[in-house]
Design a protein around this ligand. Sequence first.
Ligand code: SAH
Length: 236
Amino acid sequence: MKTGIFPYLIALFIMASPVGLSGQTKTFEMERKNMVNTQIRARGITWQPTLDAMLKVPRHLFVPGYARSKAYYDGPLTIGYGQTISQPYIVAYMTSILKPEKGDKVLEIGTGSGYQAAVLAEIVDSVFTVEIVPELAEQAKEILDSLGYKNVWVKSCDGFYGWKEHAPYDKIIVTAAPEEIPQPLIDQLKEGGKMIIPVGGEYSFQYLVLVEKKKGKVIEKTMLPVRFVPFTRDHN
Ligand code: SAH
């Protein structure tokens, strides 16, 4: 009897251990929980759909292999082509400000890694996302497809013009900073819709601006000071 219990103890240890069979996945899951609790919830973001989405999306799969161990770190990370995946808190903040809902159609400008698009796709019906660097658009499309997201459409072009064919949008999120808000994006926002966009020069102050369309009027509200990569233009 005495020796009989030993294998059970070992089995229990393996099941409870983060370095078991699916150890890496478990470790990332724990890091994700920790990220949501300490970086997001602790800083006052309590909107459940955002928290649930960020608990679910495997952020480590959206960063290059060499940066995987830092995927849940409290800051932006480089993803190649001079671009970055935003800090988890900023993704959560921008998502919560928009309060996306199930039936919404969302436009994102600046697909980058595809992470923000995946977070949105967990919440809303459809996400249209535009990226100016074709290689990044292709990579993002591959990872989103491999994770089974069927409600995200990626296109490579200059997001200054939005994505007219699917307009108007309930929500628009821009993740690169122009010096002024592109007029086509305002035009493609639905009446009653919301857009969040960082505005400012590469070497000057940038602020997140919340744009709302109410009764035909465009209302702008300045929110957080931020630092985003510049909104570039395709002049071809
Ligand atoms: N949302 C991204 C963060 C991307 S960083 C993520 O979750 O990873 C901003 C991205 O905006 C970069 O990939 C950059 O190439 C892209 N970008 C900059 N100017 C753009 C433009 N005019 N149109 C579309 N994408 C643009």
